[in-house]
Design a protein around this ligand. Sequence first.
Ligand SMILES: Cc1cc2nc3c(=O)[nH]c(=O)nc-3n(C[C@H](O)[C@H](O)[C@H](O)COP(=O)(O)OP(=O)(O)OC[C@H]3O[C@@H](n4cnc5c(N)ncnc54)[C@H](O)[C@@H]3O)c2cc1C
Length: 415
Amino acid sequence: MSGLPGADRVVIAGAGVAGATAAETLRKEGFSGEIVLAGAEVDEPYRRPALSKDVLSGKIDIARARLRPPEFWASQGITLLTGVSVVDADTTRRTVTLGDGQTLGYSALLLATGGRPRALPGTSGSRVHHLREYSDVPALRTRLTAGNSLLVLGGGLIGSEVASTATELGCQVTVLEAQDRPLARLLPALVANAVAGLHRSAGVQLCTGVALTALDADDRGVRATARDGRTWDAEAAAVAVGMTPNTELAARIGIEVDNGIVVDELLRTSADGVFAAGDVANTPNLVLGGRQRGEHWNTAQEHGVAAAKSILGTGSPFDSVPWSWSNQFGRNIQVVGWPDADDELVVRGDLDALDFTAICRRGGRIVGAITIGRPKDIRAIRTLIGASPEAEAKLLLDPSTDLAALANQDVVTRR
Ligand SMILES: Cc1cc2nc3c(=O)[nH]c(=O)nc-3n(C[C@H](O)[C@H](O)[C@H](O)COP(=O)(O)OP(=O)(O)OC[C@H]3O[C@@H](n4cnc5c(N)ncnc54)[C@H](O)[C@@H]3O)c2cc1C
């Protein structure tokens, strides 16, 4: 590889789904220069969502979770560097420094550095686990033998999935959640409570309103202590209290950072020729206004496509409505848009039976929806959010209203 500044080369920091998709898209869109995809992890790009599901349960190994077969990258003329970080960059000279000591020139640099688990201060030890990378899996997996006890700190998406997988492996799982219900940040109360019911009926001990003051660990087990004096003992703990975007590199090279790397609608950062994508990117929300940083697979993937096109000068403003999913106790939960705890809910179906679509409205417009068991609704509502958010609650509530037809009709009407 030539180390000369200004070479016709795109360097991508981070080989998660955003970075890997950008690399693939550059080629698909006809870029003929060099593409260097540098990833800090030693594993080739893989489906991260599988970590808390089939990989943790042992149903599949990491090779089956790979995004592409190993020969793919070279066949596309993409230089994949695994176990190599981008440690520095000079945005004036357009060079990056890699962890292996190389300095490379770039014509465009994409920061797709994702995030890392937020740590609870003072919690460490071989029985305290986090889950973000494949390298976190083997140690956590050894704790999940039938009959073992596990404390899950945090009832968000990843905590809930770990609780589900561990319970299905025969562990006694206790979830400690600071809010008054799990998934409180992600879902309105009625829906979150329905999911909480699913966990409880599967045998998870769900403790809410827990203000943790300590998590002590030694070589025999862990003990969590709450401010009100309650304690919980277990053989191990999984800490899942959110993630922190990896913005250090961006900040060090003088790029604007505020809850992630700040980008415009074309995913351009504050430095010329530098773009950001995926969980680390804080983007304008072109549908609802304001800004947002997503933490979803599909958004990161779409960012990868959008960033590649922006790099090539063929991009268009990123206005996609987010869509994500989670698997817990055999149920597929899908979320679209930007649901909020305080939204007005229009529920189609039966919450208690876990067969429903809950449509979220705010200020008279549809802003999101959650479903269990009705994935077709989610596709329709994704269209409605972008194309016709004012659909009346009465119409939405009517079980005879075909949401897909409604969405298509609106798309047609608006053309
Ligand atoms: C356990 C788990 C389960 C999940 N389940 C779901 C789910 O069911 N549904 C869903 O929608 N989303 C899910 N997600 C979220 C989803 O996986 C993320 O939104 C997505 O992976 C983000 O992709 P990304 O490429 O932006 O970042 P990441 O996947 O975090 O990839 C960033 C990569 O960059 C590397 N890196 C960091 N700094 C540097 C550097 N300086 N140089 C080079 N490399 C660097 C990191 O090591 C990492 O490999 C889950 C996440 C986790 C952790």
